[in-house]
Design a protein. Structure first.
Length: 104
């Protein structure tokens, strides 16, 4: 079972392996997945999908074909590691879902 738990939308920054690439507008859908264990819904993992639109005349559709490790930094400081899923700026989370950056 899945549940939509959040729909953040704002302006953020796009990074490729820690290097800033562009400012973008994002609209995301955050889904919490649950497993039915002994009649109880237990949270298992989070997946995020959404849409990026480039700001400052940046065409994010041209980035899809580049095989990089992409990270979106949201306005609230959280980060999302993702892959592009279509040429229209559609994205899907990889790994951790939304997370706080490490303070290394």
């Amino acid at each position: 079972m899945q549940r939509l738990v959040e729909q953040p939308s704002d302006d953020g920054r796009l990074f490729e392996e820690n290097a800033p690439v562009a400012r973008v507008h994002y609209h995301l859908a955050v889904y919490q997945y649950f497993a039915d264990t002994a009649g109880e819904a237990v949270p298992t993992h989070i997946e995020v999908e959404g849409q990026l639109t480039g700001l400052d005349d940046r065409d994010v559709s041209r980035l899809r074909g580049l095989n990089f490790d992409w990270t979106l930094q949201l306005a609230d400081g959280r980060e999302l590691d993702f892959d592009f899923v279509n040429a229209d700026g559609g994205i899907h989370s990889t790994g951790r879902g939304l997370h706080r950056p490490s303070t290394e």
